[in-house]
Design a protein. Structure first.
Length: 637
């Protein structure tokens, strides 16, 4: 029986509906898909000495019977001299033979769910070989990677291998380090059914014995966990997407009882596809197809070129389609980096809200994510080694999905739209990453290159660190046409000493006019003097929900200030340059610096100047303005 995972997500905007929440939870459950919360899976050292280049997968199944018979042909290249080759395969399936060039090879199936094959001679580094494995049996049920069920009384078989289930139904190499360069999939099933797999259907051959063999070819690199099959009495309808010469079919495999409603719902795929192609690049598998296949898990799973789904809500369509770029074309290189798959896919579903529904709906969407993230005071986006063995933690809706998505939005907010989206285009186009694997530092490098500055502090705080800030903002009218904004912060978790971010503050006047300012908040108690074209009567922090934060306060100070309070020297102390801050209505005539002996040592007539010539220590400053003379203290350090 599958384990139901509940994520308690608080929402303060009605527009992000309960249906959206339930769909999100089902999606997370499907993508995590495991009955065991802790998996004893890590990089298998026994599969690291070869590179899989091609696999032919021949499966014989009957949806009415929980069983699979397979013939898997694997071509591989030795990365070191080899006398044996090890593949991952559950020991609940029985291997009947292994051959090379039609000659039988000896093999063992062990308690570690491996098949270890003895090669006839030593395979030298750089050389290729091919082995053929024949096997059959009832796949392991623990990870529910292979399911026989019914829909509306009709049998159905489908697979869902993420993260650790591929070995339960076919011999493979399921680590996140080696994609199969291309695959051919042949599914033999009763001829009353329709079969589905990755890539383009090449043929469907009636075998004359009540069965049919359907052949799919997928010519792009693919990790084992994204290989999938499904068989039942599907009805098919096809859409056309893309722009010539990169147009391609969207092939939809639907349960007959849902066919009419699915056609209406899946029409949403086309504007979403258009948006992603506009923001990023053409669909990565446009030489083949995209599509959807209905299956029994609530939610969906982004199998390359064909997402498996139970229902067809827009958020789910958007999330799984986004994975074709972020997750399928470029795949996370470790489960610690799962946010490169899930954070991106969830953020792209938010971009659909922004671009198709408008800014107010996008603000609501971001607010729902922030409420989810801050429902606990700790938790990082990036996983520890131990967490990367825990399926529930890998597929945490709060952290891998929602916090990952909002971290991406905060990067966009910090960098600006032009730099952010260009960096993502560069990331997708990187020949070292495209159709391969990436880790977090690969993405960071592309972001920094376009941004022109390092992002160490941001990543340390928001990605590797835990928790979130709480802000206290005070705004005060500060002379004619100006306001002073003071910002303080506390942190929910001790792993981060301070969160530095640009912050948006909304100032409101007594006639309802608003003015949004952005300040670069770096230190506790930091003060900003900003121009504002009216008397401020109210203040709001982060009105467009750019920042993960909680329990913020924003207050308006009502003190009246004279000339002395509205004029300031900053930074103070300083070793080099300083600025004289004045209200817009006041003109600076000169600033005279006196040392501790009362001697005039420096005179300046502009608001910005160097104090490098001053000796270290305290100085007395006489500032002459159009409104009178004031005195300030200054320390040269």
């Amino acid at each position: 029986m599958k384990k139901i995972i509940f994520f308690f997500i608080l929402f303060s905007f009605v527009s992000y509906s309960q249906n959206d929440t339930e769909e999100f939870n089902r999606m997370v459950e499907a993508e995590m898909k495991s009955a065991a919360s802790l998996q004893n899976i890590q990089v298998n050292p026994n599969t690291q000495n070869y590179d899989v280049t091609y696999q032919e997968l021949r499966f014989t199944v009957d949806p009415a019977v929980y069983n699979i018979a397979g013939q898997v042909t694997t071509t591989f290249t030795a990365l070191s001299d080899m006398n044996t080759i090890t593949l991952d395969l559950t020991n609940q399936l029985t291997v009947s033979s292994v051959t090379m060039n039609s000659n039988p090879l000896s093999f063992v199936q062990n308690a570690s769910n491996e098949i270890v094959i003895t090669l006839p001679t030593t395979l030298l580094t750089g050389n290729n070989a091919t082995v053929v494995i024949m096997y059959s049996g009832a796949p392991a049920t623990g990870e529910q990677a292979f399911t026989a069920s019914t829909h509306n009384g009709t049998p159905v078989i489908y697979t869902l291998s993420e993260p650790f289930g591929a070995r339960d139904w076919w011999p493979c190499k399921q680590d996140l380090n080696d994609k199969v360069e291309s695959i051919d999939v042949y599914i033999t099933a009763p001829n009353t059914y329709v079969s589905v797999s990755n890539g383009l259907e090449q043929s469907a051959t009636d075998n004359g014995n009540g069965t049919k063999t359907t052949h799919f070819h997928h010519s792009y690199p693919i990790p084992a966990y994204l290989v999938a099959i499904a068989v039942t009495n599907y009805q098919i309808f096809t859409q056309t997407a893309g722009t010539a010469p990169n147009d391609f079919p969207i092939v939809n495999y639907i349960y007959p009882e849902n066919f009419a409603s699915a056609q209406t719902q899946l029409a949403q795929t086309l504007p979403i596809m258009d948006l992603y192609e506009t923001l990023f690049e053409p669909y990565p598998f446009h030489n083949e197809k995209y599509g959807h296949a209905q299956f029994g898990w609530g939610g969906g799973m982004e199998h390359t070129t064909v997402s498996f789904m139970n229902s067809f809500g827009r958020n789910l369509i958007a999330h799984e389609l986004a994975h074709q770029w972020f997750g399928d074309k470029i795949t996370c290189g470790t489960w610690k980096d799962i946010w490169l798959n899930e954070g991106f896919a969830e953020y792209l579903s938010g971009l659909v809200v922004e671009n198709l529904d408008g800014d107010p709906s996008f603000v609501s969407w971001k607010n729902s994510k922030i409420n989810s993230i801050t429902s606990a005071t700790n938790g990082a986006v990036y996983l520890t080694d131990t967490e990367a063995l825990n399926v529930n933690r890998i597929f945490s809706g709060r952290l891998s999905y929602n916090k990952g998505a909002m971290v991406l939005h905060m990067l966009r907010w910090k960098m600006g739209d032009v730099a952010f989206f260009q960096a993502l285009k560069n990331y997708l186009a990187d020949s070292n990453l495209a159709y391969k694997y990436a880790i977090t530092t690969d993405l960071k490098s592309h972001l920094e290159t376009v941004y022109g500055a390092n992002l160490d502090e941001f990543f340390n705080d928001w990605l590797y660190g835990q928790g979130y800030p709480t802000y206290s903002v005070t705004a005060q009218n500060w002379g004619a046409g100006q306001a002073k904004i003071t910002i303080n912060q506390t942190q929910s978790d001790a792993s981060v000493s301070y969160f530095e971010m640009p912050l948006e503050i909304r100032l409101t006047g007594n006639s309802g006019q608003t003015y949004d300012v952005v300040v670069d908040h770096q230190t506790e108690g930091q003060e900003f003097i900003v121009s504002v074209p009216f008397v401020v009567t109210d203040v709001e922090f982060d009105p467009n929900k750019h920042i993960i934060s909680k329990n913020n306060t924003a207050t308006l100070g009502n003190e009246s200030f004279g000339l002395v309070e509205t004029i300031a020297l900053y930074p103070n102390p300083s070793s080099d340059n300083i600025h004289v801050q004045l209200p817009n209505t006041v003109t600076l005539h000169k600033a005279e610096f006196y040392n501790a002996l009362g001697q005039l040592v420096l005179t300046k007539y502009t608001k910005d100047f160097s104090v490098e010539s001053l000796s270290d220590g305290a100085h007395y400053v006489k500032i002459t303005t159009s409104e009178g003379i004031i005195h300030k203290n200054f320390i040269k350090k």
